[in-house]
Design a protein around this ligand. Structure first.
Ligand code: IPM
Ligand code: MG
Length: 357
């Protein structure tokens, strides 16, 4: 029987609750589809700081490197807000992305017909939305140098650098163009080329790529306009190609097109080596431990892991189909509650999903 090594990173806040649900679904689905998953749970983020003083212990990174895929729940807690930047839970995640060279972050945003009424946007605006945010993940202002804080005669000053090399832009553009080929053949590149030098290079590089892909319809939007178009007419988008910071912001905005950020999965990929699959949402410390979390974004991230990482498309489909069935039956966690729906806690939602596969 085919075996896969999965590193599971439950992390902080609601992370352990949604991990438990996702793991039991994966165990059931692997049995059904005749493969075996060997789970290795490792600490990251705040829980790792408590154990080892580091948000990404070397042993966690090593286990991830030796795995077939990494499944992460969420990191972060206000408890660590006062720690220096490199000691915070978020730094563990950034180090993991860098350590595994996960330059391509894929965030699919699809409107679920059962959730059209749960969005704050009008049904006719979101019905039929099907787009992917392709976010560059290991460069840009998140990693650019110089950065830091200095004392000057006018008081303290802090700075970061937004930087992209042509080759970094080129390889993420490749990912976006290749995804678009199998979809509606549209790439919209998002930048701030009217103001930033780094965006001018971004746009020029994407234009060169566009010439190599005549079959793809390419457009460019400034990020402020893109933010507006995304809620004005989201159906116009197919593949959105953008940098690290703009992608972070636009993907949260795009998440709301699905009704709740609790629905959005993601995959972070390198050229070779294990990918990292994680929900787009954070650790939701306000509801941690209350059995209120929506596990679906992590379950859908697990489906992406099955499809992209483990090449088990049938297993991925059955997981996605289970989510669809449960939502169609009217089951909802509190973030998506609607009139005449049945409210479930995280664990109960897991049980319904298990019944549905
Ligand atoms: C995300 C998150 C992270 C990011 C944080 C937790 C560091 O917001 O994955 O979108 O900014 O990339
Ligand atoms: Mg974010």
């Amino acid at each position: 029987m085919r075996q896969y090594k999965i590193v599971l990173l439950p992390g902080d806040g609601i992370g352990p609750e949604i991990s438990e649900v996702t793991r039991s679904l994966l165990e059931a689905i692997s049995k059904r589809h005749n493969f075996h998953l060997l789970f290795d749970e490792q600490p990251i983020g705040g829980s790792a700081i408590d154990l080892t003083d580091s948000p990404l212990p070397a042993s966690t990174l090593q286990a991830c490197k030796e795995s077939d895929a990494v499944l992460l729940a969420a990191i972060g807690s206000p408890k660590y807000d006062t720690l220096p930047r490199d000691k915070r839970p978020e730094s563990g995640l950034l180090e993991l992305r860098a350590g595994l060279n996960l330059f391509a972050n894929i965030r699919p945003v699809k409107a679920w017909s059962s959730l059209l009424n749960s969005s704050t946007l009008k049904t006719e605006i979101i019905n039929g939305v099907d787009l992917i945010v392709v976010r560059e993940l290991t460069g840009g202002i998140y990693f650019g140098k110089p950065k830091g804080r200095i004392k000057t005669k006018d008081g303290e000053k802090a700075f970061n650098t937004m930087t992209y090399s042509k080759s970094e832009i080129d390889r993420i553009a490749d990912i976006a163009f290749n995804l678009a080929k199998d979809r509606k053949k549209k790439v919209c590149s998002v930048d701030k080329a009217n103001v930033l030098d780094v965006s001018q290079l971004w746009r020029e590089t994407v234009e060169v790529k566009a010439k190599e892909h005549q079959e793809i319809e390419v457009s460019h939007l400034y990020v402020d306009n893109a933010a507006m178009q995304l809620i004005k007419d989201p159906k116009n988008f197919d593949v959105i190609l953008t940098g690290n910071l703009f992608g972070d912001i636009l993907s949260d905005e795009a998440a709301m097109l699905t009704g709740s950020i609790g629905m959005l999965p993601s995959a972070s990929l390198s050229r070779s080596g294990p990918g990292l699959y994680e929900p787009v949402h954070g650790s939701a410390p306000d509801i941690a431990g209350l059995d209120k979390a929506n596990p679906i974004a992590m379950v859908l991230s697990a489906a992406m892991m099955l499809r992209i990482g483990l090449k088990q498309p049938k297993a991925a489909e059955s997981l996605e189909e289970a989510v669809n069935k449960v939502l169609n039956a009217g089951f909802r966690t509190s973030d998506l509650m609607c009139e005449s729906c049945i409210e479930l806690g995280c664990r109960e939602m897991g049980r319904e999903l298990l019944k549905a596969i």
